[in-house]
Design a protein around this ligand. Structure first.
Ligand code: ADE
Ligand code: ZN
Length: 336
């Protein structure tokens, strides 16, 4: 089987995905028309053409601007449903995605608007597509910790709908140490913890996420490779890194895909996974990410299967469900 076919054929879990980053230009255009919003673009093509980024911040500026077209419950339903259809297309059977509440609450769109829309699509996907979804409530790190604490409070009615809390947005200058109190509070409420670290920020931020925020997974973490002691800790404790190759390329974390360190990290024994991050903005959903890696790094079938199995190992699924999918991957690979 050609590797592109195998990529499509294997059931996968996606663990690092921002739902707001799945907003395709077509839907942005449609929702802008619906709500009489004037976009700073002349066409759908012009929106897509604007997706050229220098770094994380230049992307985030467009990403927050784009999210402004999401105004009512049905907009959030449509956004989520469109992503879940992509999951079906790419054979993603389980997804753990980040929601950025502050992106919406700060413009007057509350939990009572976006949560029912998301939940309606998630319920439909479970029933009609057989896809399971967990949500991660992610705090925006460029805002004060007080704002994150208030957001956690505002989410109260929806605690049962979130499995974990996360930390995203502008990394440099906003270290994990800034969010120690809100992560401690979330942990005491029973949430699992994850955080973006080591995307643009130094290995020190990964250490802080592990030691101060007590996270179970690191989102990105590719700069961990600069610190051999940290690398040893990540291997020994099998702490997952949810890596996003196409995002790293588009945000100039790496100059060329051929220089990406994900397969080296994998071969060194780290529990790395492949994810899309913000697929609309970076031009690739999960299979597109695997295909780019294959083209640039000549990934072996063995490496591909390991990466896919890692996505279930690193997930928050119960053990019996993990085992079910891991066995299915073995079976699928053996019969290819
Ligand atoms: N929000 C959405 N995508 C992000 C990324 N790659 N890093 C930090 N914050 C984000
Ligand atoms: Zn991310």
């Amino acid at each position: 089987m050609a590797s592109n076919d195998l990529i499509r054929y294997l059931p996968k879990a996606e663990l690092h995905l921002h739902i707001e980053g799945t907003l395709e230009p077509e839907l942005m255009w449609q929702l802008a028309n619906k709500h009489d919003i004037v976009l700073p673009y002349e066409s759908v093509e012009a929106i897509r053409a604007a997706y050229q980024f220098e770094d994380l911040q230049s992307f985030l500026d467009l990403y927050y601007q784009g999210a402004d077209v999401l105004r009512d419950e049905d907009d959030f339903y449509q956004l989520m449903w469109a992503y879940l259809l992509k999951c079906k297309e790419d054979n993603v059977v389980h997804t753990e995605m980040m929601v950025d509440p502050q992106t919406h609450t700060h413009r007057g769109v509350g939990f009572e608007v976006f949560m029912p829309g998301f939940k309606r699509a998630i319920k439909q996907a479970k029933k009609e597509l057989g896809i399971s979804c967990y949500l991660i409530l992610s705090f925006l790190r460029h805002l004060p910790e007080e704002d994150a604490l208030q957001t956690l409070e505002e989410a109260k009615e929806y605690y049962d709908d979130f499995i974990a809390v996360g930390l995203d947005s502008s990394e440099l200058g906003n270290p994990p140490s800034k969010f120690e109190n809100v992560f401690a509070r979330a942990k005491s409420l029973g949430f699992k913890c994850v955080a973006h670290a080591g995307e643009e920020g130094p290995p020190e931020y990964v250490w802080q996420a592990l030691n101060l925020l007590q996270v179970e997974r690191i989102d990105h973490g590719v700069r961990s490779a600069e610190d051999p002691v940290l690398m040893r800790k990540l291997v020994e404790n099998q702490i997952p890194l949810t890596v996003c190759p196409q995002s790293n390329l588009k945000l100039n974390v790496v100059d060329e895909m051929s220089q990406h360190n994900i397969l080296k990290l994998l071969d060194d024994g780290l529990l790395v996974t492949v994810n899309a991050d913000d697929p609309s903005y970076f031009g690739a959903y999960i299979n597109g990410n695997f295909e780019s890696l294959d083209r640039a790094l000549d990934m072996s079938d063995k490496q591909l299967v390991k990466l896919v199995k890692n996505s279930f190992f690193a997930s928050f699924l119960p053990e019996d469900e993990k085992e079910y999918w891991l066995a299915l991957i073995d079976k699928a690979f053996a019969s290819k």
